[in-house]
Design a protein around this ligand. Structure first.
Ligand SMILES: [Zn+2]
Length: 205
């Protein structure tokens, strides 16, 4: 791609670093911004900078939050003894959208994946296990996607907390295998949360 402006080229280059954005799309977006009022680009860059500077990880559940503790952990209406274990913040949003769940979450920040060099210590597993050890949990609901990595992660956590005799469950695998949780429709996902099954029953022995 030949550019008449080095500055434009730099903007396209930066934009094309985003996932799913190739050079052509990046150019289209950049040219779009060039045609819009300057304020739009200003607002966009400010929003992005503020997000990077001010969004925090909740000290309790690792969810993204504007304050030290997220609004779910801070809510007096939630059942604090039930914790749903999810991969990332999109899963929290998907489950919250179902309005079928009143417990708290624990966001791992990924799943164990030796192929990608992600081990248990790269994830927020220890804080979760500590919550169980401190007796703060009655039930742990595993809601990772039904992939090999998801299963491995569930099992790893299960082994760590097995001796503490808390209830463990998993959302019913009605969600087609391999589909990420975030893509499940709300009704199916809501039903899965309500009709969750004992974790042991999900183990392929
Ligand atoms: Zn939280």
């Amino acid at each position: 791609m030949e550019f008449s402006s080095k500055i434009l080229e730099k903007a396209v280059e930066e934009m094309s670093q985003l996932p799913g954005i190739g050079k052509r799309t990046a150019l289209r977006l950049v040219l779009h911004l060039m045609r819009q009022p300057k304020a739009q680009t200003q607002n966009l860059s400010e929003a992005l900078m503020q997000m990077r500077n001010d969004v925090k990880f909740c000290k309790s559940c690792n969810n993204l939050s504007d304050s030290e503790f997220c609004n779910i952990c801070s809510s007096p209406k939630r059942d604090t003894k039930t914790i749903c274990v999810v991969e990332d913040v999109r899963d929290v949003m998907a489950i919250e959208n179902t309005s079928s769940y009143q417990g708290l979450y624990h966001v791992l920040g990924g799943k164990i994946s030796p192929m990608d060099g992600i081990g248990p210590h790269d994830l927020s597993i220890e804080p979760l296990v500590n919550k169980v050890k401190r007796g703060e949990v009655n039930e742990l609901i595993f809601a990772l996607s039904s992939t090999m990595e998801g299963d491995t992660t569930n099992f790893y956590i299960f082994k760590q907390i097995q001796e503490y005799n808390i209830k463990t469950s998993t959302i019913a695998r009605g969600i087609s295998v391999g589909d990420e949780l975030e893509y499940a429709d709300e009704i199916t996902l809501g039903r899965s949360i309500v009709n969750r099954i004992p974790f042991e029953n999900s183990l392929k022995l």
